[in-house]
Design a protein. Sequence first.
Length: 150
Amino acid sequence: ADYREIFERTVGKAHVHGKMRDPMIERRLQPFLTEVYEWAFHRFATECRRRGIRPIVLYRPAPVDFESIESTSHSEIVRLARGADLEIIDLSDAFDTVTDRDSLIVAKWEHHTTALGHRLLADKLYERLFKLLQRVPTTIPVGDNQAQRK
């Protein structure tokens, strides 16, 4: 029921229905993505905290930016995640050492990351996780109680 509200509101505003072709549905939903992400991040944060889970958003850059939107997408995702008071592991610089970003995708018609791309992401994730885990608090709030870490 909680998801139905955002779903029905977005579908209604976008005037989409199941008999439309996927590209048209995607095009009509595009203006509402920020609203959906914002809702999802707040919901994610609320549900994680309610369960005593430390919520973290992982930003993974696209291996290739064909439409020159990576910078804008990154800024928007980070802004929305911070707005929901979520911690972020930002991997946006994982591919900075690669001069030919085309070498990071299997084929131009799909954005599947190659083994090199996966290695660069994994290395950056390890580096960021290591730093994050070094500053983990000794207690994690669980409802009104505190759970001690060993």
